[in-house]
Ligand binder design. Structure first.
Ligand SMILES: [Zn+2]
Length: 280
């Protein structure tokens, strides 16, 4: 693994770029487009051939370095599609209202040479990778299974819960993908940020539990009186540091959209940032 120098509140110690193989290599998540990181990757690759560049999702901290790495190594880039590919129709139509916000870190320039999807097998020299689709944090997020390892992008991390920000994030998908990984039962998840999660099912169960607790708090905070998003955030997240408040508001909006889709709450004029919300 080669660590990118982009540490931050959302990226922990930075993006993990993984190198698979011994002679002919695959790179999982080239990371941000930073000359320093590209040089470190090229140094780790050395004189070996790179046959595949695999991208878990089109957030710039994972994908933006793909083009430069592809031109240095000659390897094609594989991914789900362009950054908006795979968005749910409801999320796309809410995004078109103009007041949904989100789209943080979207890598608008990402265009893979090869589209890979659920069920595809990618074969290299001495390794085989099975592709799984893990929407939730990002609609077009892929997981790459190599023996007992799952390269899991930003779905599950040991240092933070993952942000679910609409229109690219979706709570129902996030829960379904969490259960999916539990069923796949990898020995470890190799996360996009932070340390590997050995036997990750406990952490995934915790994430599911955490989301359902958050949903209960939101339902409890809502009443039959209309409330704006920022008031719901303030009721649900007590004592949250200021630098995490925007991300918290995205998670709450994702839950509100989910509750609205399930017809448990009303939103006026519709589920968006400036709307008012109340119990149905
Ligand atoms: Zn990331």
């Amino acid at each position: 693994m080669v660590l990118a120098p982009n540490a931050g509140a959302m990226t922990h110690w930075g993006t993990n770029s993984y190198i698979i193989g011994e002679e002919t290599l695959a790179i999982v998540d080239p990371g941000p487009a930073e000359a320093e990181h590209l040089a470190a990757l090229m140094k780790a690759i050395g004189s070996r051939e790179v046959s595949h560049i695999l991208v878990t999702h089109a957030h710039s901290d994972h994908s933006a370095g793909a083009m430069a790495l592809a031109s240095k190594t000659g390897a094609p880039v594989s991914g789900f599609g362009t950054a908006r590919e795979g968005r749910r129709a409801i999320m796309q139509s809410l995004a078109e209202t103009g007041d949904l916000g989100g789209g943080e870190g979207l890598d608008e320039r990402f265009a893979p040479d090869h589209v890979v999807r659920e069920g595809d097998r990618i074969t290299g020299a001495g390794w085989e990778i099975d592709v799984v689709h893990l929407p939730g944090h990002f609609a077009g997020q892929l997981g790459f299974q190599l023996d007992g390892n799952l390269f899991s992008g930003d779905h599950v991390m040991d240092w933070s819960s993952s942000i679910v920000s609409p229109p690219d994030g979706h709570i129902g998908d996030f829960l379904a993908s969490s259960r999916r990984i539990i069923d796949l039962a990898p020995n470890q998840c190799l996360a996009g940020h932070g340390a590997p999660l050995v036997d990750p099912s406990d952490r995934l169960e915790w994430l599911i539990e955490h989301r359902s607790a958050r949903e209960s708090q939101i339902l409890h905070a809502l009443s039959t009186t209309w409330l704006p998003l920022h008031e719901i955030v303030a009721k649900v997240y007590l004592g949250l540091p200021d630098n995490l408040r925007p991300a918290a508001a995205r998670n709450v909006l994702a839950h509100l959209i989910d509750l609205w889709e399930r017809q448990l709450i009303e939103a006026d004029p519709g589920p968006q940032q400036s709307a008012l919300f109340r119990l149905r």
